[in-house]
Design a protein around this ligand. Structure first.
Ligand code: MIG
Length: 747
């Protein structure tokens, strides 16, 4: 089977032989395939089609193939080494043609001792080469971003990683090779511009981003085929746009999902949930959603309700709704293997569970004890599982949190040979492991949409490239430690650059015990994160906003309220993510690629293009060293005008998170509410920063898909030198604001 790109015009398909081909998908996107004689597998990620490339020029030149699009020059030699140049001939990315030179030595006796002590040993030279690989030069100034939720710094140069969805409960450290997500897509920002590489192989793949040698990076695998997309920019926004044209974009989520979510694994009874909801309101910390972790289920059986502890669920959820709360329920893939339990029986009868090679339902253990694993690669299973959500919808649940879908299992990992489906093909666990979570969220999203007609809210722990079409993601089980507050900023920036715009961390930290100071600093990051949820583990210190008294409560409220005032600005960024695939939370390099300082910043980020957040991430710190990129910036709190391209020291007492607004910005805001209700928002207030400012603002009903048929308003606001606003309406598809007024003007 050859899995040629959709709509690929024949003249854009360049085959060197039956195993090697280059597909020119557009002027900027080129696909390279080397099968090595192996069968090609269907892609779980790619939904986009090829475009015609006018003026494409392919010719043979001194035994080399020269391909020219209007934007790229591609040179392929007889050994299928491929180099990419800009249209004017500057090298973007060249294949590294020498042998890889791993610096690893034979273990010396000292290393042998170290290994007795339990230290991990470097990979031997033999292991460092995979069955197939692509090795490409690293130029001096190249920075690498992306690769999903991996640990380490923002710039992935120097690290080695593995794509194998992994639930590791140890505190995530910089030396981890794998975490929950497999997103084999990265961007390289260099002197000639930026390009992206999407290695579309969902098997276990390896990435050495200049760890073994600073002169090159390598990616490869022992399984599947070499199949990668070279995506030219030259800017990061253009790469993200092209990458998500290929792998899909986030549809708009329900607006309430942008609010503050309160969660804890450990709300064990109805009374506890009610008291959390009541205290949220009496403390006046805005909140849109309460999450129901595994205890709401009857013996951890999915799609059931624990009536002993949570009594009349419909009544509870209806009461919460009265008070403005949505509810999200956790769902694990593991189905309790218990004859007589409806979901298990239906799955058994229809052969919907993964099986052993001899054809029996495969059983491992998760929360309910012995459990079977739905075969989400099978379209019938996806439809069936999707239908199960009717139970939650009828109860009054508003969204789904898909956990444990790496898949995690308590009795050792699933053996490689367990039998699953990949659409119509029979495959092994080894082949589909990395897309198990992806297929689960697809089933959940499609089912929820079909049943409710509303925009689904799905949250996942495991995913693959393209999962942004179905789900938001959180970074899994972090700990209440300062290093994880810092790590979270980087993970969210890199997830955004991997196409996953709607993402967040467990604010306050999941495992271990938070402190008032850590929670406070974490809320100051969380309120600017695309997904904003406070979540913690059973047995840890409770960390709801009021648990530590004052001043923690007041500071929590200050930042959650800021989030609510900024919902219109935030939603505008979500719209851009759904239209162009741009991250909501962005590293500085996204907009300042040629600024060497901006390229390496790990402790600050941009929200959209116009807001720079430089949070305090150190215990005890009361000042922050802030880097402002070029241009003029306004201190959000004081209105002070600051010149960019320099570092400054900002006073940052506990209640201050340094925030700067780019000159030329109009921030659309709403009044503070205790929860989001777009029907109430009849007045838009504009905050103006600097002269000649502008913004495009989007408004819709926030719940349904009617926006796809034009049921939205688009406003273009502009100011002159003195801050006087003029308005143009570009689309009038729903009830507009009654008034648009100017609040703060900072000039
Ligand atoms: O084995 O459902 O990452 O957020 O609270 C632990 C209980 C299972 C792991 C998730 C976490 C959730 C917890 N879950």
């Amino acid at each position: 089977m050859i899995r040629k790109a959709r709509n690929l015009p024949l003249e854009q398909l360049v085959c060197l032989d039956s195993q090697r081909r280059i597909e020119i998908l557009s002027e900027n996107v080129v696909r390279v395939v080397f099968t090595g004689g192996m069968e090609e597998e269907p892609s779980a990620a790619v939904t986009g089609a090829a475009e015609t490339v006018p003026g494409l020029n392919v010719r043979l030149e001194n035994g080399r193939l020269r391909i020219q699009t209007g934007r790229l020059q591609i040179l392929a030699d007889e050994t299928f080494h491929i180099d990419f140049f800009t249209a004017d001939g500057r090298p973007l990315s060249e294949e590294y043609r020498k042998m890889r030179i791993p610096p690893y030595r034979e273990p010396s006796s000292a290393e042998e001792f170290a290994s007795w002590e339990g230290h991990e040993q470097p990979v031997s030279r033999e292991n460092a080469n995979w069955r197939f690989q692509c090795v490409r030069k690293l130029y001096d100034n190249d920075c690498i971003y992306g690769l999903g939720d991996k640990t380490g710094f923002l710039n992935k140069r120097g690290y080695a990683y593995e794509m194998w969805n992994t639930d590791n409960a140890d505190p995530h450290e910089d030396n981890f090779r794998a975490l929950y997500k497999s997103m084999p897509f990265f961007t390289v920002l260099g002197d000639a511009g930026a390009y992206g590489i999407f290695f579309d192989n969902h098997r276990r793949t390896f990435f050495d981003m200049g760890k073994e040698n600073d002169g090159y990076y390598a990616f490869g695998s022992d399984e599947g085929v070499l199949d990668y997309y070279f995506i030219y920019g030259p800017t990061l926004p253009e790469i993200l746009e092209r990458y998500t044209a290929l792998t899909g974009r986030m549809p708009l989520p329900p607006l309430w999902a942008l609010g503050y979510h309160q969660s804890r694994w450990g709300y064990e009874t109805e009374d506890e949930i009610r008291s959390i909801a009541e205290t949220m309101r009496s403390c006046r910390v805005p909140c849109d959603c309460i999450h129901f972790d595994i205890d709401y289920m009857d013996h951890f059986k999915v799609f059931t309700w624990n009536q002993e502890r949570y009594r009349d669920g419909k009544k509870l959820l209806a009461d919460l709704k009265q008070d403005g709360f949505k509810a999200v329920a956790i769902i694990d893939p593991g189905v309790k293997a218990q004859p007589g339990y409806r979901v298990f029986d239906e799955g058994e009868t229809n052969g919907y569970f993964a099986a052993t090679p001899s054809g029996e339902t495969y059983v491992n253990a998760v929360w309910p004890g012995d459990a079977a694993f739905p075969d989400f690669g099978n379209p019938d299973v996806r439809a069936w599982w999707g239908d199960q959500h009717r139970f939650l919808i009828n109860m009054g649940i508003d969204g789904v949190w898909d956990d444990m879908n790496e898949p995690a299992s308590f009795h050792g990992p699933l053996p490689d040979e367990i039998v699953f489906s990949d659409e119509e093909r029979r495959v092994t666990h080894a082949e589909i492991h990395n897309i198990y979570g992806h297929n689960m969220t697809r089933s959940t999203y499609e089912g929820w949409k079909r049943l409710s007609g509303k925009r689904p809210f799905v949250l996942t722990r495991a995913c693959y490239c393209g999962s942004q079409r179905y789900t938001a993601a959180w970074t899994g089980d972090n700990h209440s430690i300062w290093s994880h507050l810092r790590l979270g900023v980087v993970q969210l920036c890199n997830l955004g650059l991997s196409g996953m715009a709607f993402c967040g961390t467990d604010v306050g930290g999941f495992g271990s015990d938070t402190t008032p100071e850590l929670l406070t600093r974490w809320v100051q990051v969380g309120c600017f994160s695309p997904f904003f949820r406070n979540h913690s583990a059973k047995g840890t210190k409770n960390q709801e906003p009021w648990r530590f008294g004052e001043p923690t409560l007041t500071i929590n409220r200050k930042y959650v309220e800021l989030r609510y005032r900024w919902i219109p600005y935030l939603y505008d960024q979500f719209r851009l993510a759904s239209l162009k695939g741009w991250p909501v939370m962005r590293p500085l390099a996204f907009h300042y690629p040629s600024d060497p300082e901006a390229r390496q910043i790990n402790d600050a980020f941009l929200l959209g293009e116009n807001v720079l957040v430089s949070p305090v991430l150190e215990q005890g710190a009361r000042k922050k060293l802030v880097y402002l990129p070029e241009g003029v910036w306004y201190d959000y709190w004081t209105g002070a005008r600051e010149e960019g391209s320099r570092w400054l020291v900002r006073e940052a007492p506990l209640d201050v998170c340094p925030v700067y607004i780019r000159s030329g910005t109009i921030l659309p805001t709403w009044p503070v509410r205790q929860w989001i209700d777009p029907a109430l928002e009849t007045e838009l207030v504009l905050e103006v920063f600097g002269p000649n400012a502008s913004c495009v603002h989007y408004q819709d009903g926030g719940e349904r898909f009617d926006y796809e048929n034009g049921a939205f308003n688009l406003y273009r606001f502009r100011t002159d030198e003195r801050g006087t606003v003029s308005t143009e309406r570009e689309n009038c598809g729903c009830e507009p604001y009654r008034t648009v007024t100017t609040g703060r003007i900072v000039l």
